[in-house]
Design a protein around this ligand. Structure first.
Ligand SMILES: [Zn+2]
Length: 69
């Protein structure tokens, strides 16, 4: 059976291929690295969301001070 490597789009064989569905170890490691970098981006996003929450708290405290006046 022939498969196309998801990393480099080269045709490779499924049978007797230790790196399937990739054509080589290099392409397999490249794909794993891609996933790792995407996870890292999600972690960065979480930090941004936390910052937004802090700004909301600031706004709500200003609002309550206006209500007091
Ligand atoms: Zn490849």
């Amino acid at each position: 059976m022939e498969v196309v490597c998801p990393t480099c789009k080269k045709k490779t064989t499924w049978e007797e291929n230790p790196w399937r569905p990739f054509c080589s170890e290099r392409c397999k490691l490249f794909d794993l690295g891609k996933w790792a970098s995407e996870e890292y981006k999600i972690e960065g996003k979480k930090e941004e969301e936390e910052d937004e929450g802090g700004q909301k708290e600031e706004k709500s405290s200003k609002k309550s001070s206006l209500e007091d006046q």
